[in-house]
Design a binder for this molecule. Structure first.
Ligand code: GAP
Length: 439
């Protein structure tokens, strides 16, 4: 479908977000807490649907991936073995005049952008948040909030292998919170200090890793297109050698063209046997795999598609936004994929007439059992259609006075605005079919 806008305007999106309840500044009534956001009634549904679409694609529809939900707090030795205590840092510089701090590798000038002051010497700043377990606050009780969900998967490799009886190649998927004390967060929910990741660690025989890396890059790229991001706003970027993380042999980023420029949505990395090897050594637990076909024992290699839930949610939301010409004015519409839209179906009685209300409420009760549904009877029907378009609701069902006679309702499609009339008896099946297959 041809779109009017190539990019969403960030100011308009922030206003839509607040007005309709997608994302809010966290702790707003106390002046806000920098770089943290809360998902409102519509945002939480959108984000849940993004996670569900990911889980369906990487776990439910595959025979070779199983799920996991590991704890955020983990043994501190994990972060030593993984290399995060030593390497998970950014170069930080502080202005000698105004004491503002910046990431040195993101600066375009040698002087402070705020006051033109001189910087002190750069130092490495570890991004992991620290906390204490139990009532004693000393270094022996110090823990980290996990900066990635991946390590919870690696340390459960043997548990999952033994309990699920999987054979290589197979993967473990997890969605969960991660925390990074970013020096320069920003761009709304793009870079925050608390965020969610959706990660797969896919274990393969050494030597098969290049093939599986390519396979996952294609699969994951296509997933963003399937759920509605325009292909021209996506690109793949391979990491240069000096950019690779301390654990990676090769990495591709899937990037989205955000209104402020290209930004990473997901990285797909070949982590080799780095993590399982390090945890084998540090914990003293054998994390090798016995290959019954080749009769060899080895530490598997790992391919890791690692995406951000908040970044994916933001990209689907921004890319869906359009303002279409509509006579003298324009229509704001979110062309969200029907499986991502916060509300699937809106039930709209033609008016608040007391003869219509009981029938409209019955239709609502029928539909809400199976689909995410909203009932709206305030203001004119035209304005209510526009309100649903603006939040991306794919279908509106209108109950009018003919419904009382012929037991039929009108279904209106968001994108084409096409309307057709169907019998209430078949309504649930019709809606299921349309939501499964689209228009
Ligand atoms: N386990 C590998 C790993 O964590 P990463 O590239 O550091 O790799 C993976 O992070 C994804 O997590 C990124 O592609 C991004 O979508 C998301 N992410 C990372 N830092 C983030 C932040 N500060 N705010 C929001 N999302 C973030």
């Amino acid at each position: 479908m041809a779109r009017t806008l190539q990019y969403a305007d960030m100011d308009k999106m922030l206003s839509l977000s607040k007005r309709r309840g997608f994302m809010f500044q966290s702790s707003e009534i106390y002046g806000g807490l920098g770089s943290t956001y809360d998902y409102g009634p519509l945002g939480v549904e959108l984000k849940r649907n993004v996670k569900e679409a990911w889980w369906t694609s990487v776990v439910t529809e595959r025979d070779d991936v199983v799920g996991l939900d590991s704890a955020i707090l983990m043994h501190p030795k994990i972060w030593e073995a993984s290399g995060h205590v030593e390497n998970f840092s950014d170069p930080l510089v502080e202005c000698k005049s105004c004491n503002r701090r910046y990431r040195e590798d993101q600066l375009e000038t040698v002087k402070c952008p705020e006051c033109d002051g001189e910087f002190g010497d750069p130092r490495r700043f570890n991004l992991m948040f620290r906390t204490f377990m139990g009532p004693v606050e000393d270094t022996s009780h110090e823990l980290f909030l996990r900066p990635e969900t991946a390590q919870g998967i690696f340390v459960n490799f043997a548990n999952v292998l033994n309990s699920s009886r999987k054979k290589l190649p197979f993967g473990i998927a997890q969605i969960g919170k991660a925390f990074r004390n970013e020096i320069t967060p920003g761009n709304f929910t793009f870079r925050t200090r608390e965020f969610e990741q959706m990660e797969v660690e896919f274990f393969v025989k050494p030597g098969d890793d290049d093939k599986w890396l390519n396979d996952w890059v294609t699969t994951r790229f296509q997933w963003y297109i399937k759920y509605g991001i325009r292909e021209e706003n996506l690109r793949l970027r391979r990491h240069d050698g000096d950019e690779l993380a301390h654990y990676a042999k090769d990495t591709y980023d899937i990037e989205y063209r955000f209104p402020w420029g290209w930004g990473e949505l997901e990285g797909i990395a070949d982590r080799t046997d780095f993590d399982l090897g390090r945890h084998s050594g540090a914990s003293g637990t054998d994390l090798t795999y016995f290959d019954e076909e080749s009769k060899e024992r080895y530490i598997p290699y790992v391919i890791e598609p690692s995406g951000g839930v908040d970044r994916a949610t933001l990209a689907f939301w921004l890319d869906a936004y359009d303002e279409e010409p509509d006579g003298e004015s324009s229509r704001t519409v979110l062309h969200l994929h029907r499986h991502l839209a916060p509300i699937s179906i809106a039930i709209l009685p033609l008016s608040r007439n007391e003869r219509l209300t009981p029938t409209a409420r019955n239709v609502y009760d029928l539909i809400r059992r199976s689909f995410s549904t909203q009932y709206d009877d305030a203001q004119s029907i035209g304005r209510r259609y526009r309100r649903q378009d603006e939040i991306g609701t794919p279908y509106c069902i209108t109950v009018d006075f003919d419904t009382l006679e012929d037991h039929s309702v009108t279904i209106r499609e968001r994108d084409s605005m096409h309307q057709d009339r169907v019998d209430i008896t078949n309504l649930v099946n019709i809606m299921r079919d349309r939501l499964d297959h689209g228009w």
